[in-house]
Design a protein around this ligand. Structure first.
Ligand SMILES: *[C@@H]1O[C@H](CO)[C@@H](O)[C@H](O)[C@H]1NC(C)=O
Ligand SMILES: *[C@@H]1O[C@H](CO)[C@@H](O)[C@H](O)[C@H]1NC(C)=O
Length: 378
């Protein structure tokens, strides 16, 4: 095209066309470059967790919770909630996964995802992906591909090449917990497959805020207190980013059919894994992978837990590391579930009234309520 046009460049009208084309291309390139640099800078800014001295019971229990998250962030598969080195992190090579054992080798191939876990960060998306991976009709990508955010220019065939092998009847699921907060990513997902099944995980916003605070500040020697990290006024971006799920979900609902969007809670995943698994199976049109008898109610933990005597328990343990307590078969533990840092009462009340507004928006949007923090619990 370019050389064809170059031959007639002396002709006035055509010269203008060529110029316009070049200008548009330059603009588009500049935009893409800008976007990439922006996302790269954002990922470079992402914090890395470190140790926190255990000085009080409350801090200790909070540390347990954040360590669980930190372990998850640095597990051997390279999956992290927060990107650290941007695009170079994803290698070209694909390592064989346990999912590949699920079907006969003859008809295995790599398939593009038909379901995405899109968010939210620090809401146990890795554990949800692990639970889903226990289903025989599901294969899950071992790492966050960040395809619709950072790696989009690599193209669909790159994305496919990064997926695990699967049988034709199996569904591939990918998880990147910050797709949901990027409108660009949501647009790209819609363009990729407008019928994509979208799963989002939310959790008690105040507990998410506190857990994120620990994760983001534990390495800092001059560690700010919770209230200062939030900002003097409750309505700072640092707070809203972690307590407002409704805005991001509205952006999802504006694009995708409601029947293709499933919103689950970390608390339900933790205390009712069987119910959550069934909800995902129904959502994806799959047969039940476990029976109710594979689970047992644990009074002490106040949770439904895997029966440790079932034959698939070793597989369960592998899939749900590190959140599974391998002794009890429960996800998380009562200690982390009840932990809170000290928060100034006045600040907390302001926070709670703000959270209430955003929870209301969320519950209206998804037509479902979660039993989250009230003042008496803290
Ligand atoms: C798009 O996603 C839906 C829902 O998972 C799936 O049934 C369909 O096959 C997908 N389309 C393509 C072209 O992959
Ligand atoms: C259970 O987990 C602990 C660490 O939490 C580990 O040391 C131990 O080997 C595990 N036990 C089994 C049977 O996997």
């Amino acid at each position: 095209m370019a050389t064809l046009k170059a031959t007639s460049v002396l002709r006035g009208a055509k010269a203008v066309k060529v110029l316009l084309g070049v200008l548009l291309a330059a603009l588009a390139f500049g935009f893409l470059l800008n976007l990439t640099i922006h996302e790269l800078t954002k990922s470079l800014k992402a914090p890395t967790p470190s140790r926190l001295p255990a000085s009080s019971y409350k801090e200790r229990s909070l540390r347990l919770e954040s360590e669980a998250t930190a372990n998850k962030n640095s597990d051997s598969t390279g999956s992290r909630e927060q990107p650290k080195r941007g695009r170079t992190e994803i290698e070209e090579s694909v390592s064989p996964t346990k999912d590949e054992d699920k079907a006969k080798p003859s008809n295995l191939r790599r398939q593009l995802p038909k379901c995405l876990i899109v968010g939210f960060t620090n809401c146990w998306t890795l554990t949800l992906s692990g639970l889903l991976s226990l289903h025989p009709d599901i294969v899950t990508a071992e790492r966050e591909m960040r395809y619709f955010t950072l790696n989009y220019q690599r193209g669909n065939e790159w994305y496919r090449s990064m997926m695990p092998l699967s049988a034709p009847s199996q569904i591939t699921v990918e998880r990147t917990p910050n797709y949901i907060t990027s409108n660009t990513a949501l647009d790209r997902i819609y363009e990729f497959n407008s019928s994509m099944k979208i799963i989002a995980l939310v959790r008690d916003p105040i507990l998410r805020l506190m857990s994120t605070y620990v994760l983001h500040t534990r390495r800092k020697p001059d560690r700010p207190i919770f209230e200062h990290w939030c900002g003097v006024h409750v309505k700072t971006r640092n707070v809203l980013r972690y307590i407002d799920y409704a805005t991001a979900l509205q952006n999802v609902m504006a694009r995708f059919r409601k029947t293709n969007v499933l919103v689950l809670s970390k608390e339900d995943l933790e205390t009712k894994p069987y119910t959550v698994l069934r909800a995902m199976e129904t959502f994806l049109g799959l047969k039940p992978a476990f029976s109710k008898d594979d689970f047992v109610y644990n009074k002490e933990e106040g949770a439904t837990c895997f029966r440790t005597t079932i034959s698939r328990y070793p597989e369960v343990k592998r899939a749900l590391v590190p959140e599974l307590d391998n002794r009890t078969g429960c996800l998380g533990s009562s200690l982390t579930r009840r932990s809170h840092p000290n928060i100034n009462q006045e600040f907390l009340e302001k926070l709670l009234s703000l959270v209430k507004i955003h929870n209301g928006r969320l519950f209206d949007l998804i037509n479902k309520k979660f039993d989250w923090t009230n003042l008496d619990d803290l």
